[in-house]
Design a protein around this ligand. Structure first.
Ligand code: 5RP
Length: 230
């Protein structure tokens, strides 16, 4: 038996999400390999069917992808309410609480998630967990990175400043901030932890998304098909 192919499952999930987009919609576009498959398919639909949509990208990377696929772009100023958002996740629990931010786009992703009437989370099976336990990315003001780290330690984390691939300096987000990755082990009360983290002065946002379960539908791609969880 061959090993599961996460890219195949991601493509299935992304393509299925792109199929849910209707003419005239304004769509939040997340960041990451799974949602980029959705953007690829949206580009095909624009070219083949004349689908007319506008996308709100959550990062410069997402904006560049969207342009490459021919998706017209707009922003939250023009469209403070979005018909739909499509995004990936690093972990999803049974109540559709999420950990996001491995791609360092969590701040704009949360703004877009908040602005959307409906949110499609596109994932492969490795993302589904009973209890959130992945590292939580925290976007912090560089000026306060030291004090924020101490406060995160007091909450039980082992904070690590995220560095670039060459390890010669911190990752800088699209908003000019740093990312601190925080292992907490199994997170028994994600909502409380989210509130505690974002109340620290100097924290801009964190990658726990716990308040959006009602409007989230998960599209779980598998190699041979997909499942819709809502
Ligand atoms: C970026 C994110 C991504 O959605 C998350 O990391 C999932 O990425 P991928 O689809 O590549 O597995 O939160 O900030």
């Amino acid at each position: 038996m061959s090993a599961p192919d996460p890219a195949a499952a991601k493509r299935v999930a992304g393509y299925r999400a792109a199929g849910a987009v209707c003419d005239g919609m304004v769509v939040g576009l997340g960041t990451g390999s799974t949602v980029f498959f959705a953007m690829e398919r949206l580009g095909e639909r624009i070219a083949e069917e004349g689908l007319s949509i506008a996308g709100v990208p959550t990062s410069y990377q997402a904006a560049m992808r969207a342009r490459r696929y021919g998706i017209p772009l707009t922003g939250l100023d023009e469209h403070p309410e979005l018909d739909l958002a499509i995004d990936g996740a690093d972990q999803v629990d049974p109540r559709f609480r999420l950990i996001k931010g491995r791609g360092a786009a969590l701040l704009r992703e949360k703004c877009v998630c908040d602005a959307a009437r409906e949110v499609l989370i596109v994932v492969d099976p490795s993302k589904m967990v009973e209890t959130l336990d992945a590292g939580v990315p925290v976007e912090v003001l560089p000026f306060a990175a030291g004090t924020v780290s101490r406060r995160l330690e007091a909450l039980g984390a082992d904070p690590v400043l995220r560095e670039g691939v060459r390890k010669d300096g911190p990752v800088i987000t699209d908003n000019g901030n740093f990312i601190i990755d925080c292992g907490f082990g199994a997170i028994t009360d994600p909502s409380r932890l989210e509130r505690e983290i974002i109340s620290i002065p100097g924290v801009i946002e964190c990658g726990l998304f716990t308040g959006y379960g009602e409007k989230i539908t998960v599209i779980l791609g598998e190699e041979g098909g997909f499942r819709i969880l809502s």
